[in-house]
Ligand binder design. Structure first.
Ligand code: BDR
Ligand code: CA
Length: 317
């Protein structure tokens, strides 16, 4: 029997983050070694409390939570998106406080220590702005030579953004960090809007949560109406995009996806295109901005029905 893939999840929970975390926890193929937190959907302190509460619901007190950056590397935090995820980041259900506390270290230091303690074995899954991973790379140059793989939810290579016409939300929240992480020296998989906008969980799919008799599914059923309302009112979409869970589906079943492999840079300028993820569609010039960067595996298509069924199956356990 092959051993479980060890993953560290960096997250800003977030309704779709909660789905992804529960999906990972329900996957015997994956071992979640820690949750690290970051600003994004909510402030970092709220993200930390939510990470602890989600692990309470999942009855996983063995998994540590570590608080991360409270602001992007360069620019101020753009602020919470309560209209998407609720003022509490969890659909305004206001969960009870957790009895647990985060570990007394920083997410960036924890990422460094975890990777160096288990070289070539740790997969980093980024579900929020990439700030903590960028800080870890700055703390320990050469770190990513020892990372097994980085799988990110973020970016929009061949399609338009969601936080601006040019940029996806996690990248726009810290373009400088995203540009650092896309330059990492390990395999990188980008589950951006190119693929996540092809996966819509329908109202019928979502109704299935309510029928699943476990606390994780019941929590998702409770927080989902807020998210569903957002998609209907803002995008005219019936159902939801399962952005963050796409990273977990890829780890479980990469054969359900197709991709292109190209180096990626992020626009860190202060124009309307700030935060745009730009793949090099042709060989870049010697010494140009894309030169010497590893190709990123950009997910471009998916068997959407198969990944939705995979996720619902896991969440039923
Ligand atoms: C990403 O932004 C956040 O709102 C979601 O949790 C997801 O990580 C989608 O663009
Ligand atoms: Ca997220």
């Amino acid at each position: 029997m092959t051993s479980a893939t060890r993953i560290l999840i960096d997250t800003d929970p977030g309704i779709d983050d909660a789905m992804a975390i529960f999906y990972a926890l329900a996957s015997p193929e994956l071992e979640v070694v820690a949750l690290t937190t970051v600003f994004g959907n909510c402030h970092t302190d709220v993200a930390t409390v939510n990470a602890l509460r989600l692990l309470d619901i999942a009855e996983r007190p063995d998994i540590p939570v570590v608080e991360g950056a409270v602001a992007p590397l360069v620019m101020p935090y753009r602020g919470p998106v309560a209209f998407v995820h609720g003022t509490d980041g969890q659909g305004d259900v206001f969960l009870p406080p957790s009895s647990r506390a985060p570990l007394p270290t920083t997410a960036a230091q924890f990422i460094v220590d975890t990777v160096l303690a288990d070289p070539d074995e740790i997969t980093i899954v980024l579900l929020g702005p990439f700030t903590n991973m960028a800080l870890a790379m700055m703390l320990c140059p050469g770190l990513t030579q020892h990372v097994k793989q980085i799988v990110v939810m973020g970016g929009a290579a061949f399609t338009s953004g969601n936080a601006s016409p040019a940029s996806e939300a996690n990248v726009l929240n810290d373009p400088e960090a995203a540009d650092i992480v896309f330059g990492a020296d390990c395999p990188i998989v980008m589950a951006g809007l190119d693929v996540t906008h092809r996966i819509t969980m329908t109202d019928d799919d979502l109704a299935r949560f309510a029928a699943i008799d476990n606390p994780r599914a019941q929590h998702l059923a409770a927080i989902m109406p807020h998210y569903v309302r957002f998609y209907l009112e803002r995008n005219g979409v019936h159902g939801i995009y399962v952005h963050d869970s796409t990273t977990i589906s890829y780890l479980l079943a990469p054969e359900l996806f197709s991709w292109r492999e190209l180096p990626v840079r992020v626009d860190t300028g202060h124009s309307v295109c700030r935060g745009r993820t730009l793949p090099a569609l042709r060989d870049s010039d010697e010494e140009g901005p894309w030169h010497g960067r590893r190709a990123v595996r950009i997910l471009t298509d998916v068997d959407a029905r198969a990944v939705i069924e995979l996720e619902l199956d896991h969440l039923s356990c």
